[in-house]
Design a protein around this ligand. Structure first.
Ligand SMILES: [Ca+2]
Length: 111
């Protein structure tokens, strides 16, 4: 199940918020899950960070387990950060952008 507080927070706070309800930051593994998250980015008209982080190889993003993400929905010309944008945000159209980790984004959790 995908849920959102409707609040924008720093990424570490989002992690804490999700853990506090027994979940974790939402990380889409297929189109259905991606749509479940984008429902909230549309509803609140905010971008959301996903539970992905760039690994040692630039442009390759990992689940919290350390496994590289198999499913991706990059926006056109993304990921563009070449190792400098270590987090992943979802736009309101459901596409992804690699982004610095220092923004405030909509908290979306999976349970
Ligand atoms: Ca980018």
């Amino acid at each position: 199940m995908i849920v959102s507080s409707g609040k924008t927070e720093e990424i570490e706070k989002s992690k804490t918020t999700c853990q506090g309800i027994g979940g974790r930051m939402a990380t889409p593994r297929n189109d259905a899950e991606n749509n479940g998250i984008s429902f909230f980015t549309i509803k609140h008209n905010q971008y959301a960070y996903l539970g992905l982080k760039e690994g040692p190889k630039a442009g390759v993003f990992h689940y919290p387990s350390g496994i590289p993400a198999l499913y991706t929905r990059w926006s056109k010309n993304e990921p563009s950060g070449q190792g400098q944008e270590n987090c992943v945000e979802m736009y309101t159209d459901g596409k992804w952008n690699d982004k610095g980790c220092n923004q405030r984004r909509l908290t979306v959790c999976e349970l």
